[in-house]
Design a protein around this ligand. Structure first.
Ligand SMILES: O=C(O)CCC(=O)C(=O)O
Ligand SMILES: [Fe+2]
Length: 216
């Protein structure tokens, strides 16, 4: 009997021998750790965030300094704090409760919009420690990302994780959560993700980044 017969394939279809783990391959473990929360924000909450962000949108930045404009990211972004807004503050508290963290460790929400084939190419949300000293000094790493879809009346615009082959179809109010760091605190390669181009209509989503330390 050869090894392949002795060792049945893993449920996920991968070869057991290919990986060092007994149970599952690392990719599958990571895929399992992308959590999906339906109706995390209500329709009214989604609409309110979109309304509140109008007028603050500017071309999205990238890079450790978060000041670089490049064709990696052609979308528009609006940072809106809302910490003192009585309709927004409960959303920070909802995130904190779900993630079992202090609300102070959440970055100000960032609303992003895409239309006319705008996209965000594959990237990691955690900062490259090279050249991010200032950014990291204020709040530490972005260890986790919660992304909430605020609209769904457009075509394209899925969030795709190329390393694990996992695609999320946006739905208004739905949130996805994923870890950005591995056990050693390094940027996790499987957290690589992309906002695919929107080719009809306009997409709005809200980035909620979770920091190691207080951001306030
Ligand atoms: O729009 C998306 O689906 C992803 C957005 C994203 O990854 C980001 O803004 O960091
Ligand atoms: Fe991202």
């Amino acid at each position: 009997m050869n090894m392949a017969e002795q060792q049945p394939k893993l449920e996920c279809g991968h070869d057991r021998d290919q990986f060092n783990t007994e149970e599952k391959c690392l990719k599958c473990i990571y895929q399992d750790s992308i959590k999906v929360y339906e109706d995390f924000f209500t329709e009214e909450e989604c609409d309110y965030i979109v309304k509140l962000s109008q007028g603050s949108f500017e071309r999205s930045f990238t890079g450790g300094d978060q000041k670089t404009i490049s064709d990696i990211r052609t979308s528009y972004s609006a940072f809106f704090d809302g910490w003192d807004n009585k309709r927004i503050r409960p959303l920070y508290d909802r995130v904190a409760k779900l993630m079992k963290i202090n609300a102070e460790n959440i970055e100000p929400f960032q609303c992003v919009s895409y239309e006319d084939f705008q996209y965000y190419k594959p990237h990691l949300d955690a900062f490259d420690i090279e050249g991010s000293d200032k950014t990291l000094m204020h709040g530490g790493q972005r260890w986790g990302t919660l992304l909430v879809y605020l609209t769904d009346d457009y075509k394209g615009g899925e969030t795709y994780f190329p390393e694990i082959g996992y695609k999320v179809k946006p739905k208004k109010g739905k949130a996805i959560f994923f870890f950005n760091l591995d056990d050693k605190g390094n940027r996790h390669p499987y957290s690589l993700h992309t906002g695919l181009p929107v080719y009809e209509g306009k997409k709005y989503a809200c980035n909620i980044w979770l920091r190691e330390n207080s951001f306030r």
